[in-house]
Design a protein around this ligand. Structure first.
Ligand code: HEM
Length: 237
């Protein structure tokens, strides 16, 4: 079979530059390191991992610097909540940035950023329910039912759960067109998380308002693109 070399996978064969040189030297020549682009994608993923772990580096520094201050549990809940919100906005930024810059490879890290946002939200919830509330379910349920900022936070978390579960390639294949429709829940999760933050802080609303402005900036282009798409569809219908 042409080009087949024992012990080399289809992958290898595909990476081998096509040649008519049938000499054994040519067939045994070392393979090019990796396909152009594979390294770029790997680099992009490594950078994304590092950026998504920045909150942990920051936390380590804070613990080293002042031990998280007088109320470390509250500081930890805030840290995890803010990290979840920043990364959720980061995941929402991928599509507009990709469309505006044409840097299509960004799509390869959207799931990673989304899963990191969900992981920080899980940590946030665990810190609150386990460390802060000591799993006192009656208090937690009372909080969720009566404190509107916690109701909003809980609703944001519930909206993130199906997104995290269906983030695998298998679910994308299984759900087909419904996947994109289901994943519009991320807009609701973003809005509820910002509302949760805004209602939580009461007085100093600067950062919740900044988050709301960022969220709006990320959602408005989508509304515009959807409007244009619908208009174009009507024009051709
Ligand atoms: C089950 C869901 C959630 C619960 C029970 C919850 C609970 C809380 C609590 C108790 C606080 C205030 C802590 C304090 O000041 O004592 C808080 C703050 C916060 N939470 Fe949540 N939260 C939830 C979900 C989320 C989600 C999904 C996000 C973001 C994606 C989020 C982002 C935040 C932010 C940004 C803050 C404010 C931190 C600050 O003031 O510095 N939370 N949350």
């Amino acid at each position: 079979m042409r080009g087949w070399i024992p012990g080399r996978s289809t992958e290898d064969r595909r990476d081998r530059p096509l040649t008519t040189d049938r000499s054994s030297e040519a067939r045994n020549a070392p393979l090019p390191a990796t396909r152009p682009g594979v390294n770029d994608v790997r680099r992009l993923k490594v950078v994304t991992w590092l950026l998504c772990l920045v909150p942990f580096f920051w936390l380590a520094w804070r613990i080293f610097d002042d031990g998280l201050g007088a109320n470390p549990i509250e500081e930890l809940i805030h840290w995890a909540g803010r990290s979840a919100l920043v990364l959720l906005l980061g995941a929402l930024a991928v599509t507009p940035v990709r469309r505006i810059t044409g840097f299509n490879r960004l799509i390869l890290i959207r799931r990673l950023v989304g899963l990191f946002a969900f992981s920080y939200a899980c940590l946030h919830l665990l810190l609150y329910a386990v460390v802060d509330q000591g799993l006192a379910w009656s208090f937690i349920l009372e909080d969720v039912a009566e404190r509107r900022y916690i109701t909003a936070g809980f609703s944001a978390f519930l909206a993130l759960v199906p997104l995290a579960i269906t983030s695998t390639k298998g679910w994308i294949r299984r759900l087909g067109k419904r996947w994109a429709r289901l994943h519009r829940l991320v807009y609701l999760a973003g809005a509820l998380a910002v509302l949760h933050f805004y209602w939580r802080v009461k007085a100093d609303t600067l950062w919740p308002l900044v988050s709301a402005a960022v969220l709006l900036t990320l959602l408005l282009p989508r509304v515009w693109w959807a409007y244009r798409k619908r208009k174009a569809r009507r024009a051709t219908a």
